[in-house]
Design a binder for this molecule. Structure first.
Ligand SMILES: Nc1nc2c(ncn2[C@@H]2O[C@H](COP(=O)(O)OP(=O)(O)OP(=O)(O)O)[C@@H](O)[C@H]2O)c(=O)[nH]1
Length: 386
């Protein structure tokens, strides 16, 4: 028989009664989760075991392996964007996991580990891994290149001199910048979301957040988006897709994670902290609604978040829509209202809003994200835990 109870102002309907000890139903979130877990571990026709005998349970993504983090930027490359801007993609390796975490860098920030001298490398090796100063087109314009695998002695001398000059220019610019403006870079720590970013899922706002962060960074002209491979809040794509099926059965994003024996949010930010440091940042303005992200980042003691810049969902943000409609060149092509229907995709004016609003409401109501829920969203999500 279905049971209903209220949790954090939401009516939760479940197909089984809560445990005897909680005659009035769970009153705290922990009790709700315990209640759900109890059901999962009872044999049931409607709630099958989540892990078959042939599969070992997923490892806990929560275990912080945050000690003695070492990172190295392996390569940097210029990426012109379809909106007319330009950024430098930095690829990092680290001693914590085997993932390729990224930094999307705008403006003149430089990676210390990339710029370090590496053993037995030639000037051409440095240029190829992106540890060059200035613009490669300037080198190309001034020599007979294409530069071959082997540089002639003349080319080698030219390249060395050209790089010394370009480096001095960069250092001068840095000094001027610090004395004149002491600009604090704009930064974002973004967690990978294949579904939201690549297949344009309307279950979450991750894709539009990445687009919006890139737009803001491009406008700011200086800063970084650290792109962490922490898919599914750290549980990975496999487990996130299972969580989606649990969500379709009526659980919210937090409960679905817990039912799969994962923490609600298993992410850590030690690698982001190390990447910020590597890029010479000590103070940032951070684009986020997630206070936990700020707290975790600052807990390492290296980076101070001077200001939090909120990320308002596009579908809630009329002025942004207006900006997009009037300045579509600032937005990715596949997200503009005019091009979307032609591609058979939802336009931002026609997002699958119900599921997205539920996702956003859970972030605000259960995960403490700082966002003003519009009345329409508050009321439309009040009766559902999803
Ligand atoms: N486990 C799980 N992860 C999800 C789900 N939907 C999106 N994600 C992941 O959530 C991460 C983004 O986290 P969010 O909570 O949306 O945002 P945030 O990074 O904490 O906060 P902001 O800085 O304000 O964007 C990405 O790694 C997504 O893959 C879901 O339903 N379940």
């Amino acid at each position: 028989m279905a049971t209903a109870f209220t949790l954090f102002g939401m009516n939760v309907v479940h197909d089984r009664a809560p445990p005897q000890t909680q005659a009035d139903g769970p009153t705290t979130y922990q009790e709700y989760i315990d209640f759900l877990k109890q059901q999962v571990h009872r044999p049931s026709a409607v709630t099958p075991s989540l892990h078959s005998a042939t599969h070992s349970p997923p490892s806990s993504a929560a275990a912080p392996r945050d000690k003695d983090i070492r990172i190295q930027c392996q390569v940097r490359a210029r990426i012109p964007t379809n909106e007319g801007g330009e950024m430098y993609l930095h690829l990092y390796k680290n001693n914590q996991d085997s993932k390729e975490h990224l930094a999307i860098v705008y403006g003149d920030l430089r990676s210390r580990s990339l710029d370090d001298a590496w053993a037995n490398e030639t000037i051409l090796n440095r240029v190829v891994r992106g540890a060059y100063y200035g613009k490669l087109e300037e080198i190309v314009a001034a020599t007979d290149v294409p530069v071959a695998q082997q540089l002639t002695p003349d080319q080698m001398v030219f390249l060395e001199q050209q790089q010394q000059q370009a480096k001095r220019k960069w250092e001068q610019q840095q000094q001027q910048q610090q004395t004149e403006t002491a600009k604090i870079p704009l930064a974002r720590i973004h967690s990978e979301c294949f579904t939201g970013e690549t297949v344009h899922s309307g279950r979450c706002d991750c894709g539009e957040q990445l687009d919006e962060a890139m737009r803001q960074l491009q406008l700011a002209g200086r800063g970084v988006i650290v792109y962490l491979r922490q898919e599914g809040r750290g549980i990975g794509l496999l487990e996130k897709l299972k969580a989606y099926n649990l969500q379709d059965l009526g659980h919210d994003t937090v409960a679905a994670n817990v039912l799969l024996n994962h923490p609600a949010d298993g992410r850590t930010y030690g690698i982001a902290n190390a990447i910020f440091k590597d890029l010479g940042l000590t103070q940032v303005h951070l684009l986020t609604n997630n206070p936990d992200k700020i707290q975790q980042l600052e807990s390492y003691g290296d980076i101070k978040v001077l200001e939090r810049r909120e990320m308002v969902p596009r579908s809630w943000n009329a002025p942004n829509d207006l900006l997009m409609a009037t300045q579509p060149h600032l937005y990715p092509l596949d997200r503009t209202p005019s091009s979307s229907p032609a591609l058979g995709m939802s336009s931002v004016f026609d997002l699958p809003k119900k599921e997205l609003d539920r996702y956003l409401a859970v972030k605000v109501k259960k995960m403490g994200h700082i966002l003003d829920l519009p009345d329409s969203v508050s009321s439309s999500t009040a009766s559902s835990p999803k």
